[in-house]
Write a protein that binds this ligand. Structure first.
Ligand SMILES: [Zn+2]
Length: 133
């Protein structure tokens, strides 16, 4: 009989990233579903308020529209980040730094799942562009 379990120590890092990615993918998919649901609900709500159409309704609809536009933009950005991360997961490139190609530390990915940069490159960018701060 041969023993094949020689590489458990070697795989430790890879396994924790795999586990992280599996958990993350599920969470991304549910976030995506809830954003899509929310925008669907909003559309249904909007068309029913429009159908009623008295002046007070229209005024409050206007105010809530402004909030919703803001929300939708935020949701759109969130969806974009989610899609990007999901795309990387299916490509097998999730967790790689976009700037230097090194693997991003699992702890960093846990804290900031949408980051595309390792801590070194992030610090490098932050020092160049104050927008990131
Ligand atoms: Zn990097």
């Amino acid at each position: 009989m041969k023993t094949t379990g020689q590489s458990s120590e070697q795989n430790q890092n890879g396994q924790s990233v795999d586990l992280l990615i599996n958990t993350l993918r599920e969470s991304l998919l549910s976030q995506k579903a809830s954003i899509l649901n929310k925008s669907h609900e909003f559309k249904a709500e909007q068309s029913s308020s429009l159908a009623q159409g008295d002046e007070a309704e229209i005024a409050s609809l206007d105010a809530s529209n402004n909030i919703s536009i803001h929300l939708l933009e935020r949701d759109r950005n969130a969806l974009f980040s989610i899609e990007k991360a999901l795309g990387k997961i299916s490509d097998g490139t999730y967790g790689q730094c976009e700037a230097c190609g090194e693997m991003i530390a699992a702890r960093r990915l846990q804290a900031r799942p949408f980051t595309g940069l390792c801590i070194d490159c992030m610090e490098d960018q932050e020092s160049k562009s104050p927008i990131y701060q």
